[in-house]
Ligand binder design. Structure first.
Ligand code: CA
Length: 460
């Protein structure tokens, strides 16, 4: 059957319109884990949790040693990744409420996400896993550029299907109940039977297999919620780690291992469909390892939710065989905001007028065509607390709780142990000024937060 989309792509390619697929327009897969520690992949030195398949992405492409996200918790980080723009530019300053009646909780309609950009170029897109970009109908993935959805709308979920006892978010009556909803396929609730990570991997593989023979390129956003709490793993994975005595770390290891199996299956699906050379694969975590899931951010200081490197710097790798040289270590700072501009150039899609990307196309840097750093500065803001950070070159200035205005030279002190290493007050003032200029461009919080109570019967 010739679909409307295929007709559009065929017609456009015959007219050689820019941005429409030629033979080599790449597919894109973004594999996002949740609260995984910087150290908890083999390519960053992890020893107690083998991740050979995640590692193969770095081995076949590039390992980013200074790969950042734009916020140290789930929701705002994902909003940045998906739009290629600092999320505070549109008030996405906090984890959004998942109250399904709040339409403004999510990425504003005037901001385009990666699936919306790519759909204009004829891509077919699927999100598998965690959405967390609003629960109101207007923000449903199928209303935001995606063609297919399998997963859940909330910011976390239980892993065992026997716990999926709520029909949907309207039945939430107490905190964390949103982890117990039935899963969704497109608009419908479904009965899932597999351990959640395995189910998400299965759906990702089936989507890739369905693309065989399609004219249009595809975008797969595989947003695992592992290894976010609750720490829950199936026996299949736990028994791989009987040598780890600490029960939490053992369970965390099992959860990471289940993701690694999923990455194995996704990469194998690309191979058997002859798509490996024409598919960009990114792997990263949405923020640093959390203090409550037995993750390891070594040698970085701090955890999820902090301005320390352990909150912001994540395991980050990419492969694009035949384009990006295999086995590259890239040490200049990059950020999740770069993912959309990187595929946008290759897909021929542009920025929305008045909404320029903050990220950049990484490919010229990775191929050695452009020298220097992709970013003069990277910046972060925590709207509620006033905490902030800015990185320029190797220097990082931050405020984190009671540590205010501390300057570190990350080339000498990646663990941020000794503040004011350079002792340069004028440098601090310059960085502070630069951050303030950026902050003037940002918006205040645009919607209620996840922590605002909405789920009691009385209020509803
Ligand atoms: Ca997270």
């Amino acid at each position: 059957m010739i679909t409307r989309r295929r007709l559009m792509v065929l017609a456009a390619s015959m007219m050689m319109l820019p941005g429409i697929r030629s033979e080599d327009t790449p597919n894109l897969i973004v594999i996002l884990t949740d609260d995984q520690g910087y150290h908890d992949v083999g390519f960053n030195g992890c020893e107690d949790i083998p991740t050979p398949h995640i590692d193969s992405i770095a081995r076949n492409g590039v390992r980013f040693t200074s790969g950042y996200v734009s916020y140290p918790v789930c929701g705002p980080s994902r909003a940045g990744l998906l739009t290629g723009r600092y999320q505070d530019r549109f008030g996405f300053t906090t984890n959004p409420t998942i109250d399904p009646s709040v339409a403004e909780a999510g990425i504003p309609l005037e901001e385009k996400n990666i699936a919306e950009h790519l759909s204009k170029a004829g891509y077919r897109s699927m999100i598998v896993g965690k959405w967390h970009m609003g629960s109101h109908r207007q923000n449903h993935p199928l209303n935001r550029g995606f063609d297919e959805f399998y997963g859940f709308l909330s910011g976390g979920h239980n892993y065992f299907p026997e716990n999926y006892v709520l029909e949907d978010l309207s039945e939430v009556r107490k905190k964390w109940d949103w982890y117990r909803t039935r899963l969704i396929r497109n608009w419908e609730r479904v009965d899932e039977t597999e351990y959640l990570t395995d189910a998400l991997s299965r759906e990702a593989v089936e989507f890739i297999d369905r693309q065989a023979g399609e004219v249009s390129p595809f975008f797969l956003y595989l947003a695992y919620n592992a290894p976010h709490t609750p720490l829950q793993a199936s026996e299949k994975y736990l028994k791989r780690f009987s040598h780890i005595e600490d029960k939490s770390r053992r369970t965390y290891a099992a959860m990471v291992s289940s993701v690694d199996d999923g990455v194995r299956d996704v990469l194998a699906a690309l191979d058997r469909n002859g798509m490996t050379d024409n598919t960009i694969v990114f792997f990263l975590s949405d923020n640093g390892g959390a203090a409550n899931n037995s993750s390891n951010n070594s040698p970085l200081r701090g955890f999820k939710a902090s301005m320390w490197e352990g909150g912001l710097r994540v395991p980050f790798a990419m492969q694009w065989k035949g384009v990006v040289p295999a086995g590259t270590d890239y040490d200049e700072p990059v950020i999740s905001l770069d993912i959309l501009p990187t595929i946008a150039r290759a897909a021929g899609v542009g920025e929305t007028p008045g909404k320029p990307f903050d990220g950049v196309d990484l490919v010229p840097f990775l191929k050695g065509e452009r020298k220097g750093s992709p970013h003069e500065t990277l910046k972060w803001r925590v709207f509620e607390s006033g905490d902030f950070a800015i990185r320029s070159g190797d220097l990082k200035l931050l405020r984190e709780r009671d540590v205010d205005g501390a300057l570190f030279d990350l080339s000498k002190d990646v663990s941020e142990v000794t503040p004011d290493a350079s002792g340069n007050e004028s440098q601090k003032a310059l960085l502070r000024k630069e951050w303030e200029l950026w902050e003037n461009e940002l918006q205040p919080q645009a919607f209620p937060s996840l922590s605002d109570v909405w789920w009691n019967d009385e209020k509803r």
